[in-house]
Each structure stands twice: as C-alpha cells, then as structure tokens.
Design a protein. Structure first.
Ligand code: NAD
Length: 379
C-alpha cells in the first residue's frame, strides 16, 4: 500500500470520527474470554483531573454511545467546576443476571481497567452501589459507594433533585415567576423527580401533576408529595392516588403549570408534541429529555429551558465530594453553591448575548475545559 493510501486507511478507522481538540484522550477495548467480559472505556478529557463517569451495562451499548456519554461528562464536570475530567465505560451484557455472575463480571472489568488511573468508575444504567463496592474492593477507585464503606447514597438523599430545586430558585425570577405558589408538574416520579418535587414544595411551590411509566395524576389544589411517594412505594405507581384525577401517562405533557420538570427518559419531548407543553419554565432533571429541534421551538415561544448538564449535575457533584472524602452535608452545600452560581452565570450570559441557555452553557463548559487544558504541559 502506498503512503497516501495507508494514511487514508488509518483516518477511515471509525474511532477517529470522534477526535477533536478536546478529546478523546484514549479509547480502550477489553476482552476476557474466561470471564465473558467485553467492555469499552473512553477517557475523553483529563485536563481538570482524573475523569469521572459511570459504567453502563446493557447488551446493545456501542462505542459511539460510550464516546457521546464520555463527552457529556467532560462538559458536565467542567460546567460544575469539578477537579475531574470526563470518561465513560460500557460493558456488553444483559444487566439482569444472577448476582454471582454479575459480581465476577464487574470484578473482571475492575481488574481490566485497574491500571487506567485517569478513570474513576461510577454507577449508571445496569450497575448500582453494590457494583461500585466490588470495584472499590478490587481497585480502590470508584464513586457511588455503599454507605458502609464511606459512600453518600445520592438517590436516597435526593442529591440531583436538590440541585434541580436550587436551579429553579435561580431561574424563576428570569421569567418573572414567584416560586411561592408556582405550579409544578413532574414527569417521572422516581429518584430525581420525587426529590425535586419535595424540595420545590419546601420552597413554597405547589405540585399539581406527577407521572410515572404507568399513569399521570393531577390536582389543581396541590398534591401531598410525601404521601404520593408513600403511595408509589406501596402500590408501585402514582396511579389512583387519593384526591387526584388519574390520566394516561403522557397527560403530564399538556398539564397547565408554571414549571415543568422532565425526570424520566431521553427525547420525551420532540417536534410532534412540544406544542402541547403549557408552561413558562422547564428544568431538565433527565438527560437529553428534549430534542434540539423542540428546544429551539420552545425558545421561540419564550419558554425558558435550563439544560440537563447544568440542572442535573447534583449527582456527579455528590460523587466528587464523596471521592474527596467529604460528608453528606458537604455534598448538599456544594451542590447548592455550584448549581446556583452556574445557573446565574448562564442566564446572565444568555440575556446579555441573546442566546439560549443551552448555547450559553455549552460556551461556558467548553471555555472551562480549554482553560484547564491551557494549564497542562504541551508536548
Ligand atoms: P428512576 O428510575 O428512579 O425514575 C424514573 C421514573 O420515571 C420512574 O418513576 C419511572 O416509572 C418513570 N418513567 C419511565 N418512563 C416514563 C415515561 N415515559 N413517562 C413518565 N414517567 C416515566 O430514575 P432516576 O434516577 O430518577 O433518573 C431519571 C432521569 O434522570 C434519567 O434520565 C437519568 O439518566 C437522569 N439523571 C439521574 C441522576 C440521578 O442522580 N439519579 C442524575 C442525573 C441524571
């Protein structure tokens, strides 16, 4: 093969399509036939410090998904001002398997990445606290640990919901909305949604609708959030909660409210249903809940939308505090401080430059990554 052809051939390798000036620093494939392990790790950018990102277990994961998630962590961690870069890993396996088999797979994964000191493992879809306990036992480099070994149980304390509420407190005045008495609708009454509802309620807002994968319940008189959480725990759903009107699941989308909080699945709002939203402010608790096109339409209608990687950073901030050996109290204080400051910064920038909050947030995050890169040795 001549020289030009071999260069062309190398550039055609699918992995190079991801390369830009921010990363990725490394893409690694791991295979251990004895343990049945097939995994990929993408360490995207480590300018601010070792990368933090979850390990996702699913049978249909891919390199492309792993890279996009790693880049999202680079931007989320930089936006949050953490001393960590972004990375992500995926294990090709069906997560619902016998516990002893899952344990040996996770331990094999931990050993495979043991020497990659620029990557700290966290939980993601298909993995949990117990898995992080096994990773910690093998390589002493994991976050989202069980309480028994110094972990801060972020879903139990509502770290992400706490950040979502802090974000709403800053954003509401930007659409002339008093939080006291503001009507809130929550899509996805799970770990994020339930706690966001609870903390917003404590700030004077009234939850008027909430949904899960089975149904949506609504009451213009307001819903008792703790009683709804207890009802969901005992029955498995928000459906038929006394004193509310039960609708089909997607009834939440058209619920009249002042603040709409998606806290369920990606891409739930798209150009086909965005017209149904009847709200003034959206705080994105879930990751990528609204397509780019729908977000543009909301901006044109004057609905203020706070992007996911600013609003839902509470979980990763909590993980970083845990890694630095901080306490639960430190974590909640740091989440409030960082999300309040970042929401203010992007909304001021958006107002001044007449851009969307997402554009302002992207610019802020990329600037922080580049500033951190400028402090590193150049080769
Ligand atoms: P969860 O599983 O605890 O809760 C999700 C809830 O959404 C459940 O009640 C489920 O019934 C409901 N749901 C599922 N599909 C739905 C639909 N189509 N319509 C309405 N409700 C639906 O999950 P979680 O940890 O609360 O995470 C929710 C979202 O937030 C995910 O996108 C996750 O990636 C993102 N997120 C979570 C955290 C965290 O700290 N847990 C941090 C950042 C981002």
């Amino acid at each position: 093969m001549d020289n030009e052809a071999s260069v062309r051939d190398r550039n055609a390798d699918p992995a190079w399509q991801f390369a830009d000036e921010l990363g990725p620093r490394a893409i690694m494939h791991f295979h251990n036939a004895d343990a049945g392990l097939k995994a990929i790790l993408v360490v995207d950018n480590v300018a601010a410090g070792p990368s933090i990102g979850g390990v996702r277990m699913a049978s249909d994961v891919s390199l492309s998904e792993c890279f996009r998630l790693a880049r999202a962590m680079t931007l989320k961690n930089a936006a949050a001002g953490l001393r960590h870069g972004g990375g992500k890993s995926v294990i090709f396996a069906e997560p619902k398997m016998a516990s002893d088999r899952k344990e040996s797979l996770i331990r094999a994964f931990a050993n495979a990445i043991g020497d990659i000191r620029d990557y700290i493992v966290g939980p993601d879809m298909g993995t949990n606290e117990q898995c992080m306990g096994w990773v910690w036992d093998e390589i002493r480099r994991a976050v989202g640990l069980p309480r028994e070994i110094g972990g801060i149980p972020l879903d139990e304390i509502g770290a992400t919901g706490w950040g979502v509420a802090a974000c709403a407190r800053v954003a509401a005045p930007y659409c002339d909305l008093p939080l006291d008495g503001a009507r809130v609708a929550i899509q996805g009454f799970g770990s994020v949604g339930k706690h966001a509802a609870r903390f917003l309620n404590e700030s004077g807002a009234v939850v008027v609708a909430a949904s899960d994968s089975r149904a949506c319940v609504a009451s213009q008189d307001g819903i008792d959030v703790d009683a709804l959480a207890a009802h969901k725990l005992s029955t498995g759903s928000v459906e038929n909660f006394p004193g509310t009107h039960t609708m089909e699941r997607d009834g939440i989308i058209g619920s009249a409210c002042d603040i709409w909080i998606p806290a369920a699945r990606p891409d739930v709002i798209h150009s086909g249903n965005v017209g149904q939203l009847n709200t003034r402010l959206i705080i994105q608790g879930a990751n990528i809940p609204i397509t780019g096109e729908a977000e543009e339409q909301l901006a044109q209608r004057g609905v203020l939308v706070i992007p996911d990687f600013i609003a839902n950073a509470g979980g990763v901030i909590c993980a970083a505090v845990e890694y630095a050996r901080g306490t639960q109290h430190d974590a909640m204080r740091t989440i409030e401080e960082k999300i309040t400051a970042n929401t203010t910064e992007i909304l001021e920038y958006a107002k001044q430059d007449d851009v969307t909050p997402r554009a302002a947030a992207m610019a802020m995050a990329e600037r922080r990554v580049r500033d951190a890169m400028a402090l590193r040795r150049r080769y």
